[in-house]
Design a protein. Structure first.
Length: 377
């Protein structure tokens, strides 16, 4: 496997890193996080001008045909800079639209930075099982009526449209009977409660009360959205693993700088052999996670759903384990400063903690990995 990025991919990453270093400093990020909106329209437009919003969109809709490897480069830099703009939610939503193949105008708006998306999939009772759905979609004239509640919708209140999963047939946990819809956030009957999460991002609880959508809002075929949901969820996990790499990179680097400069007994604490061993362990975890995240991104286009599920779950487990280890070690090596809001390290630690629990934690993906046929004897 070639671990080297192409020249074009490297240019994308370098351009994004330069913008973050110059215009999205930690202080700037803190002002955005504590603002009323929680995001910055100026930052979003800058990302659009850099071509980031067009990257995950097909060229036929004005995009750059970016695949999961291309997105890995971008998500790493966004993670390194702790960027809180709704990029992950929009890129994830755009993948649903690509799989459906019938929302060309919306994809073009995403590419040009005019539209933001969010995925309203989880419910209070479902935990990590995206097929456990109580939200209902019923035929309503020539369209559909949606009723139900979605929870922890990442950047839901900042989105222009939501990708919504609803049950149009079958029982609550049946894999058949799941339908996916595009619902504009200004649709009558749709209400939101927006809030800030532990890591400084935004999320919302979304209530659907007799929300009427036209037939064109349906993604794919009625009742046949399970495979699309499964593949798009794996793409979202791949994006999160890539972002976690950037967060861990930044946290490891800041911790290394700290132990080189923090002095005790008249010498830098990094000169103590015990701390050198701990830094070496952090580095090993980081590089193992990097290998698995790259493999997961590469397997997104393998064409074998079973292999894709197996590798993506393995990557989420390994990245989650590395995130816990590196985050906890970094906090301990920083001492009491490691948990203060004034230090970026604490914010990296919080972001890693949230990523580990988004779209399935370590235990969930261990069970999913073991359930795949390739794992069975």
């Amino acid at each position: 496997m070639d671990f080297n990025f192409t020249e074009e991919q490297q240019q994308y990453g370098d351009a994004l890193r330069r913008w973050i270093d110059k215009h999205y400093t930690f202080e700037t990020r803190q002002r955005i996080v504590h603002s009323t909106a929680g995001v910055s329209n100026a930052a979003w437009q800058a990302l659009a001008e850099l071509g980031m919003t067009a990257l995950p969109v097909p060229s036929s809709q004005g995009g750059f045909d970016g695949d999961a490897i291309d997105m890995l480069v971008v998500m790493q830099e966004l993670g390194r800079g702790l960027v809180v703009e709704p990029y992950f939610a929009t890129a994830w939503g755009a993948y649903f639209l690509q799989l459906a193949g019938n929302q060309y105008h919306l994809l073009q708006d995403v590419a040009e930075g005019r539209a933001k998306l969010a995925c309203a999939l989880g419910e209070k009772h479902s935990r990590y099982d995206l097929a456990d759905i109580k939200t209902l979609a019923a035929v309503n004239g020539e369209g559909y009526r949606i009723d139900g509640t979605k929870t922890v919708v990442i950047h839901g209140a900042q989105a222009d449209a939501l990708i919504v999963s609803a049950r149009s047939a079958g029982g609550q946990r049946d894999v058949n009977g799941i339908s996916l819809f595009v619902v504009p956030t200004d649709t009558p009957g749709l209400t939101m409660r927006d809030y800030r999460t532990l890591d400084g991002q935004r999320a919302a609880t979304v209530q659907f009360s007799h929300v009427a959508v036209p037939a064109s809002a349906l993604l794919g075929r009625l009742g046949a959205g399970c495979d699309m949901l499964d593949e798009a969820a794996d793409f979202g996990v791949s994006l999160l693993c890539s972002e976690a790499l950037g967060v861990m990179d930044a946290l490891f680097s800041s911790t290394l700088d700290y132990v080189k400069t923090r002095q005790q007994f008249g010498v830098p604490i990094g000169s103590f052999q015990a701390l050198q061993h701990r830094m070496a362990d952090m580095y090993i975890h980081l590089e193992q996670a990097r290998s698995m995240a790259m493999l997961a991104a590469a397997r997104m286009s393998c064409g074998d759903p079973g292999e894709r599920r197996r590798i993506v779950s393995a990557a989420k487990v390994r990245v989650g384990q590395a995130a816990r280890f590196i985050g906890q070690e970094a906090v301990q090596l920083h001492g009491g400063m490691g948990v203060t809001d004034e230090l970026p390290a604490s914010h990296h630690f919080k972001r890693l903690a949230v990523i580990e629990r988004t779209l399935g934690d370590i235990d969930h993906h261990l069970e999913r990995f073991a359930a795949q046929k390739a794992f069975q004897p």
